[in-house]
Each structure stands twice: as C-alpha cells, then as structure tokens.
Design a protein. Structure first.
Length: 337
C-alpha cells in the first residue's frame, strides 16, 4: 500500500484520485464524490479508511480512537479567576494531531458571521469589544456549559454540511467528541461550536436589530449594546432563543450595565477606550519597571513577559515595543545560564 505523508496539503495533485481509485477500488459514484470534495477544497474522504491512509497509519487504530475516544484523553482542572475550577479534557498526541488536521482542512474552510469573534482567525477580544464602543448600555449574557451542551448528533450535523458520506461522518464525529459531547480542550471544539451556533447567532442578530443595538459573541460570552437601557425582559428573550437550541444562561455571570457603571466585556472596559482594567495595566507597568531595573529577578519569566507584551501590542504598539525590550533582556539572561 502507498502511504502518503501526514498533513497532506489540500493543493492536491490530480493523481491522488488515481491513487485512491487503485488503493480503495472506488466506483464511479465515489470517484465523482471525491472530485467534488476536492473542488470544494475539502479532503476526498469518501471512505473512512482514506483518513488513516492519509496519515499512513492503521485504520483500526483511527477507528478505535473514534469509537473509544475516552481512552485518548487526559483530564485535569485549572483554577478560574472567578473562583472554582475549569475542567480541561486534553486529547493525547496523535488524536490531537488528527484533530488539528480536521480543523485546518475541513472545519476552518467555512466562514462565520461577523458577530462571532472568539476562536476566529484574525479576531480577538479587541475585535469583540470594538463594536460596543461607546454605546451607553451593555447587556452581557454567559452561556452555561457551552461546549459540553453540544452533543454527538449536533457535531454530526455540523460535519454533514460538508457533504461527506455517513460512515465518514461517524468517524469524524467520534474523533471530535468525548462521551457523546464536545470536549473542552480539543482543538476542534471551538470551531465546531461556532459552526453549530451559526443559526443561533443569526437569530440573536435579528433580535439585536429589533432592539436597534449591536450584538457580538466571544465563545460563550454574548453581548448586546445600544442607547436604550436593557431589562430583565430582554434577558428572558435571549434565554428563550438559547433554550430552543438546548442552551441555558448562567445567571451569576449575566449582567446589565448602564452608562454610569464600568462596562467590562471579555476583560476590557468598553465604555472608555476598550482597554484592560486600569488596575491590571498598573500591575503590568510596575512589573516591567522592576524587570527593567533588575532583570535577573525575573529569570524564568521571559515567556510570561513576552505574552503580556504581545497582548498590549494589540492596542499600544509603542508601549509594547518597550516591554518586548525588557522581556528580551530577561530572555538573554536565561540563555547565559
């Protein structure tokens, strides 16, 4: 059997159809479907065995990962800023490799509505905050258990829109779910959630138009803003839309803020300049000042400093350049040791 390299480019050579025809004895219908998928910039997965063939591994191995995915995850908890813990379900190395391939070559080929800003290429929390400046009123609604609420059949329905045969759909769905739901920690989960949420986004956009206000969603954070004050009746209206699709709101993280309050959205204060909170910026300024005076005291923390500088670069490139210089000095000391 001819094995092809992992991460096969979707700039497919036309000879791949001949290769697949020989390896899998494809009939005319399957060949036509394979060509249709290639023309749509999708991998020619007309049989589930083709996925393992593209990676040069046993189909039994890939099928086992799909049907018994719980054996290929490790679970741990991380602390949440608001208190408590967040459960992370991280796929093991090879399953994660396949999931990344599925993300790049299948899931990431679809466009999302402009209101979706979380886990979308070229967008971030600043993209999410920008439309809400400088509106007078803000309503923020948190979706409870965002990823786990999306079940096996709903993930299957997302893959079905790409036009793959049923056996391929079952394989892909199994590879991207855990215990018949979307895991929080797989690289495919955010984009699958975004794609499934697409019609809900459109329904909430229509709701926002009726209120003459703006709507965005960053993963499980929904935001509406406008000149007219919001009420608990509006929260119920959003909740009703979500409930139609099996979602519910988290009342503890749902809030209405008028122009007199500090309007915080995904960590940014949107009723001023859309920047991180002032106390956080002060802590960063103090940290980089101390690191510039005594870089040796921050040895081992250069990556943390670089991460903060990269974040600041999103809204203040001049300040970020100064902070990158400090981080580089710390990194140089680490290399000298």
């Amino acid at each position: 059997m001819h094995y092809l390299p992992p991460y096969l480019s979707l700039a497919y050579n036309r000879n791949i159809l001949e290769t697949l025809k020989k390896e899998f004895d494809l009939n005319k219908k399957e060949l036509s479907k394979a060509e249709e998928l290639i023309n749509s910039n999708l991998p020619p997965l007309v049989k589930p065995e083709i996925l393992s063939f593209l990676f040069g591994v046993s189909y039994v191995f890939v099928k086992t990962m799909s049907s018994n995915s719980e054996k290929y995850y490790r679970t741990y908890k991380i602390s949440k800023r608001s208190g408590g813990y967040r459960r992370i379900e991280a796929p093991r190395r090879f399953l994660k490799l396949i999931q990344r391939w599925v993300y790049v070559n299948i899931l990431n080929t679809r466009e999302l509505p402009s209101c979706a800003t979380g886990f979308v290429k070229g967008k971030n929390i600043f993209s999410n905050a920008e439309p809400h400046k400088p509106n007078k009123n803000l309503m923020v609604i948190d979706i409870k258990d965002f990823f786990p609420t999306i079940n096996y059949q709903e993930v299957y329905s997302v893959f079905k829109t790409f036009g793959f045969p049923s056996k391929v759909l079952a394989l892909l769905t199994g590879l991207c779910t855990l215990n018949s739901r979307l895991p929080q920690g797989a690289p495919t989960s955010p984009v699958i959630a975004n794609l499934f949420f697409n019609p809900i986004d459109l329904a909430l956009q229509d709701l926002a138009k009726g209120w003459d206000c703006c709507y965005t969603r960053y993963a499980d954070d929904i935001a509406f803003s406008g000149n007219t004050p919001f009420s608990h009746k509006d929260i119920k209206a959003v909740s009703a839309v979500l409930q139609e699709w099996g979602f519910s709101i988290n009342p503890k993280k749902t809030r209405i803020i008028g122009s007199g309050g500090r309007q915080i959205l995904t960590g940014l204060v949107v009723n001023t300049a859309g920047l991180p909170m002032r106390d956080k910026r002060r802590r960063w300024r103090a940290m980089f000042h101390q690191a510039s005076l005594a870089p040796s005291k921050y040895a081992g923390k250069s990556q943390k400093l670089e991460g903060i500088a990269s974040f600041i670069n999103e809204y203040d490139s001049k300040l970020a350049a100064k902070y990158f210089d400090v981080a580089n000095k710390v990194a140089e000391l680490e290399l000298d040791k």
